[in-house]
Design a protein around this ligand. Structure first.
Ligand SMILES: *[C@@H]1O[C@H](CO)[C@@H](O)[C@H](O)[C@H]1NC(C)=O
Length: 794
């Protein structure tokens, strides 16, 4: 069908081939398509031999065969067949090689039919045409040389030479045209490379054989399909980055990138870790699509200081390549120093010397560089300090004397601070106890203790309580009381007092007699239970106070009621003359021994008076002749105690100048019933010997007083016969002298208070306060007599 070139005469519209067919009146005309309306095809009348004038008479007309459209008409005037409608061969006959339109010429009167065949001839009025303007073909770049690709041919509705006769392909680098029989193909002459040229447009032209020649073109768009012929390539072989530890999850560490020259899936690079350990996978993730490596876990410099991460880039069809990421982790001051106690002496004795090491402290910081440089200190006011020892070790050393009684335990806070920025610090509290040493003796609460007890107390009665404190601990501070051995009045102290060892309560062991001693001192010791024990002593002074338990004792005259004792009163005695004196003593003291004298009964009440306190009996008026020679007085002596005690005596007075005048003494006797001469004789003898003894006493007394000053003698001029002294007032050694200071003291109280005072102030060199006069311990007077036989001092 195709030929290189189909020769076709250029007949055009004006080249009309006329063939007259007369037989059976048939006519055939051949003429080109697409003639203008009115164009003359031929002269039917002439060709049929018809009379031109008769055409209209015979109502000549053209009719199409069947329902076909009438394409030509007859000109009734001259019989010419003319084109009535546009005649498109391709429209009427398509691609049929011959195209004949059948028409009839109808004549009436008589009816004649003439068949007229119109042979429509092709005119090259159509160009070759491809189905589309653009043909897309995809060819993989892997296609080999010689590969053929069929192209749909072009069509030309014209026929014959006017149809497609020839194709041509515009010059290109890769393809040539191959028209082989019925197939039109392009053949790959040179292999494709998508990476150089991913598409090629080929211009294919189809030519017909008409004249003029017509052509149609199509663009063949060749898309070069990628083949995965390129692996991804990382931009760097090694990526280096640094990352501070503790970077939060999500932090981008580094972005790796790889490019792949391939296209689409083949160039679609995805990223992943290569062969890495779990440690990396726990901490980092890689974004598959963009290659960002991010933190997902905990980055800890102290665990891992660097990471080497193998990363892989892979394209869609599995070509891959690798790179390394070297990641250095930088330190952040995130570890607080840790203080630990390596050793500790606890408790430490309070006598530990300053400078003694009591513990060892270690500090650690897991950070590095400056972040691990740690300083350790104690910020408290405690007697301890830290002394740097070996690297990271410190000694805890005492700096001062410890005293458990002031501070028994310490909480030492050791603070460690590193040099990071900001610095971190931590602290540790060390509890340290101070152990007791028995370094405190018990101390009494008072400098000394005084106990006051009235005499005649019950044995076992409580006198006082002593207390000592010891701040030491437990047995070092347990106080035990005891009496220090000693003597009181020659007897061991324990026979006077006892002290409760636990409570310090002092008890009397026996009843005290003020008249025997008025005070004494004992020493109480408080001792702790330490080892060795410490102790201290205190003096307990016991003062016995007086009770009026002694009645006055009348020394003179003899209270036994012996009526042989008489006093002579000179007849010439004037009023106020001293006649005699009642001498009484009271073993008590103070008010209890302050005696007063009263005449309770007398023969002549107006004649004699008695000194209330002196006991001196004086005449109240001059003696007259009318006065009875024998006078009798009953004197009562009372002390001032509560209640007061008293004693009475009788005093016989004889108003006479001469003893010879004395009538029978029997008469003087007040109530003598059995007077006998022998009695008088005895009385006389006794009186004489009594005076004699008295005289001797006085002599001895005078001598004694001369030898020792201050001198002391009896108050007044009345001698006291020693025989009248009560037993406990007389010395038991039988000398008959008044040696007992106690006795002397008792005697003093018989006089007036003023005379007592005078005595003391004038005879005692050691001046004493007035109110001590009577209370002073008898020992104070001991030197007066040169003896201390009855010292009460313990
Ligand atoms: C030391 O701490 C302990 C317990 O925290 C406390 O009972 C004690 O009183 C403290 N001692 C001192 C001296 O602060």
């Amino acid at each position: 069908m195709f030929s290189k070139m189909i020769a076709f005469p250029t007949c055009g519209f004006y080249f009309v081939l006329l063939f007259a067919h007369v037989a059976h009146g048939d006519l055939s005309y051949s003429f080109p398509e697409e003639m203008k309306r009115g164009s003359i095809i031929g002269n039917v009348a002439k060709d049929l031999g018809l009379d031109r004038g008769a055409l209209s008479i015979r109502r000549a007309r053209m009719e199409a065969d069947g329902t076909e459209k009438r394409y030509c008409d007859i000109n009734l005037n001259n019989g010419e067949l003319i084109v009535a409608e546009r005649i498109d061969r391709e429209g009427l006959c398509g691609e049929k090689a011959s195209c004949i339109l059948k028409h009839e010429l109808v004549l009436e009167n008589p009816l004649e039919l003439h068949l007229i065949n119109l042979h429509i001839q092709d005119v090259n009025d159509n160009s070759p045409q491809f189905k589309e303007d653009l043909i897309n073909i995809e060819i993989t770049e892997m296609a080999v040389r010689g590969a053929r690709f069929v192209i749909e041919e072009a069509r030309d509705t014209d026929v014959g030479q006017n149809s497609v006769q020839q194709y041509s392909l515009k010059n290109n680098a890769n393809f040539i045209l191959a028209a082989d029989g019925n197939t039109l193909e392009i053949v790959l002459e040179k292999e494709l490379d998508r990476e150089k040229q991913h598409a090629i447009d080929l211009l294919l032209t189809a030519l017909d054989g008409g004249s003029p020649q017509r052509s149609g073109t199509v663009v063949i768009h060749v898309t070069v399909l990628d083949a995965n012929d390129n692996a991804p390539v990382f931009s760097q072989a090694v990526y280096k980055a640094s990352l501070p530890e503790n970077s939060p999850p999500g932090t981008v560490v580094v972005t790796v990138s790889a490019s792949d020259a391939d296209k689409g899936l083949n160039g679609d690079v995805t990223y992943d870790f290569g062969h890495v350990g779990d440690d990396v996978k726990k901490v980092f993730s890689i974004d598959r699509n963009v290659g960002k490596i991010r933190v997902i876990g905990i980055v800890d410099y102290e665990t891992t200081r660097s990471f080497e991460i193998r990363v892989k880039a892979k394209d869609g069809l599995g070509l891959s390549s690798y790179a390394n990421v070297v990641l250095a982790i930088t330190d952040v001051n995130d570890n607080t120093p840790v203080v630990s106690l390596k050793s500790l002496t606890n408790p430490i004795p309070e006598d530990t010397a300053p400078g003694t090491e009591v513990g060892i402290v270690n500090v650690q910081d897991r950070d590095s560089e400056a972040n691990r440089q740690v300083r350790c200190s104690i910020h408290q006011n405690v007697p301890f300090k830290l002394v740097p020892s070996l690297k990271k070790y410190y000694s805890l050393v005492t700096t001062g004397q410890l005293d458990r009684e002031l501070a028994s335990d310490y909480n030492i806070t050791i603070t460690a601070t590193d040099e990071g920025s900001p610095p971190l610090s931590s602290s540790k509290t060390v509890q340290l106890s101070v152990a007791d040493i028995n370094d405190n003796p018990p101390v009494f609460e008072e400098q000394s203790y005084s106990a006051y007890v009235t005499e005649n107390n019950k044995a076992g009665s409580t006198l006082c309580s002593v207390t000592a404190r010891d701040p030491d601990w437990r047995q070092n501070g347990t106080v035990i009381y005891s009496l220090l051995p000693g003597e009181v009045n020659g007897a061991p102290v324990s026979s006077y007092l006892s002290v409760n060892g636990d409570t310090g309560v002092v008890h009397a062991v026996r009843s005290f007699d003020y008249e025997q001693f008025r005070s004494f001192k004992v020493h109480v010791m408080a001792r702790d239970n330490g080892s060795p024990p410490l102790s201290s002593n205190v003096t307990v002074s016991v003062f016995v106070s007086d009770v009026n338990d002694n009645s006055p004792q009348i020394l003179y005259p003899n209270p036994e009621g012996n009526s042989f004792m008489t006093e002579l009163v000179p007849k010439a005695a004037h009023g106020g003359s001293l006649v005699s004196k009642v001498i009484a003593v009271d073993a008590d003291s103070g008010q209890n021994a302050w005696l007063s004298y009263h005449i309770v009964k007398s023969t002549d009440p107006g004649l004699f008076t008695i000194g209330l306190h002196s006991g001196e009996i004086r005449t109240q008026r001059d003696i007259s002749e009318s006065d009875s020679m024998k006078q009798n007085l009953i004197v009562s002596v009372k002390d001032n105690g509560q209640p007061s005690l008293s004693a009475t005596c009788s005093m016989y007075l004889l108003i006479s100048d001469n003893l010879a005048e004395v009538p029978e003494l029997k008469d003087i006797s007040y109530d003598e019933k059995n007077s006998k001469l022998t009695s008088y004789l005895i009385i006389a003898l006794v009186s004489v010997s009594t005076f004699f003894l008295t005289f001797i006493i006085i002599i001895l007394g005078v001598r004694f007083c001369r030898r020792r000053k201050p001198r002391l003698l009896f108050d007044g001029a009345v001698a006291i016969p020693s025989a009248y002294l009560p037993p406990n007032y007389a010395d038991v050694d039988g000398t008959g002298t008044l040696r007992s200071t106690y006795n002397y003291d008792a005697y003093l109280t018989t006089g007036s208070r003023t005379s007592d005072f005078k005595f003391v102030s004038s005879y005692n060199d050691n001046t004493l306060p007035a109110d001590h006069t009577l209370r002073k311990s008898p020992s104070d007077f001991a030197d007066v007599f040169g003896k201390t036989e009855k010292s009460l001092e313990v």
